[in-house]
Ligand binder design. Structure first.
Ligand SMILES: [Zn+2]
Length: 424
């Protein structure tokens, strides 16, 4: 890897053909009449063909409210589609049911889900194209629609194995897998750092706002930054890397849920009006926010430490207390230490202690409409409601913030090598 502290930039991928949509995929809809086994209500599924090998859609019956699960197996190479095991439904020949639009890759306009002529993805493509034009106007290198972040799940399975092997130092087994991965996706270097950087930037195609702050801190007081780096390497790094692996695994275990909104975390791509996700599997996602938050609220002490240097203090001295006392304070308050740094406060906006508590303590329920979450602050406090789509967006934004922290740590790893810092 050849990059400098002053110009941190791992090589970006230049060929996404393997993640690219097939032509006209946006207009491919699989249509199948079915009925609810509980109450015999008839429906017509209009399922948007997505980018994954399997699609699962869980919807509630309009009449009896029981969940119905439709599963599709997709043969992406040969454009083949077949149903897998479904629950609480039977296929029928009658064409008299209410149409229901379902997509794993986009949120749909809630007011049009039952419209037999609704093509959610075409509306999405129109919005994305408009965002693309706006971004091109800002002269940010436009990448849409050549990259399809929703198609990333099988790439993750491959990367996960490499990451797991590296984490137990089985480099002998991981080395050929890394070379193969790099060749497959046209990544010039094949160490885990490069692969992770490419992977994250394929999902979230923004620039880091954390690295410029670290560079400023280095400019301001390089010796102090080296002290911070030493502390980071000895006290934080190992635990952080274990947690990243764990959080990535959890995120991709529930990716069929998050893939419905992940594209809306990109600049300029807006949610449709009355946006609704068309598959709801709350059991799979309800714990994610709590575990991601627990890690994130602790790990942002790195930002506090860099901010201390930027404020002219030692890395382990906050304005009123020292680091030892700080790491014992309530996690919900830790972000306050970043208040003077807008780059850091902007980069850590998704930080909802109430949702964390509800998710952690299981005071978190999906109402019968299958789209509204109810939770209580402190378990017995006032009831709040949150649309499910907003919850999966919050999870995805928090995951994005965690990815940005990991990118910062890749940069710190690069500095350690460049400065040949001796830790243990
Ligand atoms: Zn029913």
């Amino acid at each position: 890897m050849s990059f400098h502290a002053s110009s941190f930039r791992l090589s970006a991928p230049h060929d996404h053909s393997r993640l690219t949509a097939q032509p006209n995929k946006e207009s491919m809809i699989f249509r199948q009449p079915f009925k609810c086994n509980t109450c015999d209500t008839h429906y017509i599924a209009r399922i948007q063909i997505g980018y994954a090998d399997r699609q699962e859609h869980i919807i509630n019956c309009d009449k009896c409210n029981e969940p119905m699960t439709l599963r599709l197996n997709l043969d992406q190479k040969n454009a083949g589609v077949e149903f897998g095991a479904c629950e609480n439904i039977s296929f029928i020949d009658e064409q008299d049911g209410k149409p229901i639009y379902m997509s794993s890759d986009f949120a749909a306009d809630g007011s049009k889900i039952n419209n037999p002529f609704y093509f959610g993805s075409l509306e999405f493509m129109r919005d994305a194209a408009a965002a693309h034009v706006r971004r091109a106007g800002e002269s940010i290198s436009p990448q849409f629609p050549s990259v399809v972040p929703m198609a990333i799940a099988p790439v993750w399975d491959r990367l996960k194995k490499i990451w797991r092997l590296d984490s137990v130092k089985r480099y002998d087994i991981s080395a050929p897998l890394k070379s193969e991965f790099a060749r497959l996706y046209d990544i010039p270097d094949s160490n885990l750092d490069d692969l992770l950087y490419w992977f994250i930037r394929t999902i979230f195609d923004n620039k880091s706002t954390l690295i410029p702050e670290a560079k400023l801190a280095i400019e301001k007081k390089e010796e102090e930054f080296k002290r911070f780096l030493h502390y980071y390497s000895c006290d934080l790094k190992e635990h952080h890397w274990r947690s990243y692996f764990d959080i990535f695994s959890q995120f991709f275990d529930a990716f069929d849920q998050f893939s419905q909104v992940i594209i809306y975390t990109r600049n300029g791509i807006r949610l449709p009006k009355d946006a609704k996700v068309t598959s709801t599997n709350f059991d799979k996602t309800k714990k994610f926010y709590a575990s991601a938050y627990e890690f994130y609220a602790g790990a942002i002490e790195m930002l506090t430490e860099i901010n201390n240097i930027l404020s002219g203090r030692a890395f382990d001295k906050l304005s009123a207390i020292d680091l030892k006392s700080f790491v014992k304070t309530d996690k919900a308050q830790r972000r306050n230490s970043l208040a003077t740094n807008t780059a850091f406060t902007d980069a850590s906006k998704e930080f909802d202690h109430q949702i964390r508590n509800a998710s952690f303590h299981n005071w978190f329920y999906l109402l019968g409409d299958n789209t509204t979450i109810e939770y209580r602050s402190g378990g017995t406090g006032e009831a709040h409601q949150l649309p499910y789509i907003e919850y999966v967006l919050k999870c995805t934004r928090l995951f994005h913030q965690i990815c940005e922290l990991l990118i910062l740590e890749l940069f710190l790893g690069h500095l350690r090598r460049e400065w040949a810092l001796v830790t243990r």
